[in-house]
Design a protein around this ligand. Sequence first.
Ligand code: GDP
Ligand code: IMO
Ligand code: MG
Length: 421
Amino acid sequence: MNTIICGLQWGDEGKGKIVDFLTEKADLVVRGQGGNNAGHTVIAKGEKYVLHLIPSGILWEKQCVIGNGVVLDPVGLCKEIQTLEEAGVTISPEHLLISDRAHVVLPYHRELDAAREMSLGDKKIGTTKRGIGPTYADKANRIGLRLADFRNPETARALITTRLEEANRLLSELGLETFEVDQVLSEVESSIDRLRPHFANVIPMVHGSWKNGETILFEGAQGTFLDIDFGTYPFVTSSNTTSGGACTGSGLPPHAIDRVVGVCKAYTTRVGSGPFPAQNDEIAEFFHSRGMEFGATTGRPRRCGWLDTVLIRYAVMVNGVTDLAVTILDGLDERETIKICVGYNINGEVHEFPPAEREYWDQIVPIYQEMPGWKTDTTQCRTWDELPARAKDYLLRIEELTGAPVKYVGVGPGREQTIIR
Ligand code: GDP
Ligand code: IMO
Ligand code: MG
């Protein structure tokens, strides 16, 4: 049974926790897109881990794969490996293989990311400044470097030299520091060398695992509304974060996939700029005052709002969600009443799906349904039946509005705080 786990909102839905929960019964965990813009939190046996590039399955010491669709920052990955090793997690090539077709994030990509953000002023995307956009742009422009290009140092040197001609022109136009090829190579060399034993043509291994009937999990990063095609463009990331990205990013075909678990919070959050119709400052204050909803990668406070089922309904369609995982239900435990956005009013017209026109996003008046809160601590609940009746009503209403069945419910950040229905 091969499963894609993907986010249905703007990222940070709790994908890491759900992947960790499902990994116990998996053989292989694969990341197919994104880079270290992701921050997946797992709390296992009381310890907190934040994973950026390494699949969350590593904590179970399962075989993990970073696929071709990921953009890989070698320096960032080495730091992540070091942090995990210091925490006692084993990361040998048997545990972690990296596709040699993955594109490499180089220091000038981070610089170009920051430079573009700066030049956008108040129209900035609010990126994580990890160089993700420029690295995917180089891939699409056919001027990127893949890990395989570092097998022969002369190949890497020649490619970087050519790439720097244009990158340096742009940086100097902006009055920023330019790069020398030696400087770029020396910044990444030791990290690339450290990672070399992990580089592999992973396709035969992943296909072998599939053919042997092993269980594969695909760990999505970001969320549907950060998808370059389906998100709130241009306020998106630069990859396909929806389920299709798992196939193109790993080399496994669509018919290898048996189910798609869509993860959504019981409310909505977003980091960075861009539209957010159901945003609500009072709820943001409610979470922030409890130390919740600060970004796992950049530490920025997340914007917060009510659950928006216009978004989830659309996300269920484009991802082909077979099972919903609703996380952080416990986050609403203390609320007197809870609102759900059920439609958008745009200039007097009711819309059940998100619009493509960028100017419409600012004109959306959310249509809310209000439900009574359950005012009960759910963090100790371990079965569906133990959940308060009003919490179940809320979850059933989500099913009704989105067209997907709720299969998992999160009632706390810990591994054991996941209810299977
Ligand atoms: P991801 O990027 O989708 O993996 O999510 P993040 O790790 O960035 O953000 C989710 C946050 O919610 C993390 O701090 C998790 O520990 C936490 N979390 C996940 N599921 C639950 C839950 O059911 N209840 C509570 N209270 N916290 C949760
Ligand atoms: P996980 O996997 C939340 C957001 C950034 C910014 C936009 C573009 O933890 O859910 P980028 O650096 O990718 O070019 O930034 O996307 N973003 C995320 N927001 N969770 C993430 O990942 C994100 N990865 C990128 O804040 O708005
Ligand atoms: Mg995150």
